[in-house]
Design a protein around this ligand. Structure first.
Ligand code: SF4
Ligand code: SF4
Length: 89
């Protein structure tokens, strides 16, 4: 088994503390509803302007990428965040 260097161990620790969250570029969203329909956790909803966003609730997005891959407008990005940080919607 290859030896892990201190730098590699540090990188692994950093990555273990990260998770991912889907965010919407609201200017690109055409309100088609695809992401809302296909999100397996049902945490994509329309906001008051009819644009789809990832809502905050007890389920963590985690960034499965279903919405990201299905959005026909490329309006969704997956951003990395620290696991203990709450991102506003
Ligand atoms: S990345 Fe997955 S879990 Fe997160 S909002 Fe998109 S479809 Fe839902
Ligand atoms: S799939 Fe894309 S364009 Fe359609 S509602 Fe979701 S973010 Fe908006």
């Amino acid at each position: 088994m290859p030896e892990t260097t201190p730098n590699l161990r540090k990188k692994i620790k950093e990555l273990m503390n990260l998770t991912y969250r889907a965010i919407t570029d609201l200017s690109k969203c055409k309100s088609c509803g695809t992401c809302v329909k296909f999100c397996p956790l049902k945490i994509r909803e329309f906001n008051s302007e009819g644009k789809a966003i990832t809502i905050k609730n007890d389920k963590s997005c985690g960034g499965c990428s279903v919405c990201y891959k299905r959005c026909p407008q490329n309006a969704i990005k997956l951003i990395s965040i620290k696991k203990d940080i709450n991102i506003q919607k």
